[in-house]
Design a binder for this molecule. Sequence first.
Ligand code: FAD
Length: 475
Amino acid sequence: MAPAIVWFRNDLRLDDNPALMTAARSGAPLIALYVLDDDSAGQWRMGDASRWWLHHSLSSLADDLAQHGVPLVLRRGRAEFALEEVIAETGTCAAYWNRLYEPWAMRRDNEIKTSLRGRGLTVESFNGSLLFEPAHMRNRQGETFKVFSPFWRACLAAGGPQAPSPAPAKLDAAPAPASDTLDEWGLLPKKPDWARGLRDAWRPGEASARACLSAFAKNHALDYKLARDDIAGQGASRLSPHLHFGEISPRRVWAEIMQSAGEAGLPYLRELGWREFFHHLLVSYPEMPERALDRRFDDFPWRDDPSALEAWRRGRTGYPLVDAAMRELWLTGFMYNRARMVAASFLVKHLLLPWQEGARWFWDTLVDADLANNSGNWQWIAGCGADAAPYFRVFNPVLQGAKFDPEGVYVRRFVPELAGLESRWIHRPWEAPAHVLAAAGVTLGETYPRPIVDHAAARALAAFEEMRASSADSA
Ligand code: FAD
């Protein structure tokens, strides 16, 4: 029997993988293929932190497939050419994959599907990474939901997603064509080795994703609603990179949380709902990563200030919570959601720098960088997206710090030069008396920056801009 290709993409797992399951059931011997297609991704080629993750995730998938006797074939370049080559080399009669929802990938995959089918191959694609297929989740007008709450109600009314299916018990391997090696792809940093913090913080791969979910379901799913905002704590699941790379399916997460926590797990599942919401939006609004969904923001007078942008990127704004967040990102490739909101709000509302600049930096530095979630959340924070926070809502980094990191545990961890400061001043060192700063070894402007912008000014600017937008609206 002629072989079938299982084209792995952001579904780097064996469990609940409909493309793999269908290929295995077809009875054809399998070729497991991954293509690194930077050309088609263009400006959205994976950032450096994602490439680090990809290396380890592919290595883990290759090990898991090898246990079934199936080698993972690696090819680099435009996916259509890579597939053509493998098909020509092996006489493949069928190709199966799970769908991606990035605009560039949807365009590419549709063309590939049409072309292969035109040549008589069996080609099938599946939903392997969302709870619901975007085309099936519509509002009463038959359109994509633009407001989260009714969207989520509709998801719940649909009775939850399909149950996940286990990994196939048995896979038959076809003779494998030639493969690149992972090392040839150079996904890991060379000099300097900036990935030490990532290595300490993460274990990519399916087994680790399953362990992470089980530990969260057992220990934290019930108190998630309260614990998730403790910036220094462990109350959130840290599943986002595993979900992005498809090392675990959202259907598996749903099933396990429901099994362990029942209805009490719904606040957690609601967050998966946001992931879902932004993916559905991206399918309908492919311009979302670059352009505000609220068109009034097309002419927004963003500032151009490279040194302020650099201070934000490097965690040197003089606002300890923002700086801790940005340094955590640089060190570990991650930030908790609350820290992301504060740091992102600071960029757009205090510094008045374009949200796209922030999204770009996150794209390069997050291990969970995800086009839908990243651009959707940045637009939400900037107040220019679907169902976004109002523009005048400014996260106050001092109050947020006092509320969600009251003892300064998080700030001390990532901004060590402030570690000796009393908790009372840790989120506003510029207000601390001179003797307190001296006792903590802090010299503002030398050991730690003075605030690069005044919080009160940020609020005034925001209010002004909101007024401007609404008067333009009614003109
Ligand atoms: P948990 O709190 O345990 O949530 C479980 C899962 O739900 C997450 O893994 C994630 O898949 C999903 N989720 C949670 N919150 C959100 C949210 N607000 N939007 C969409 N999905 C959510 N998430 C990414 O996966 N990739 C990104 O590139 C990304 N960029 C962001 C940029 C900004 C400015 C902000 C404010 C948020 C961003 N998020 C992004 C969303 C969120 O911060 C992360 O998903 C979350 O912090 C991941 O940690 P966790 O897995 O412990 O989340």
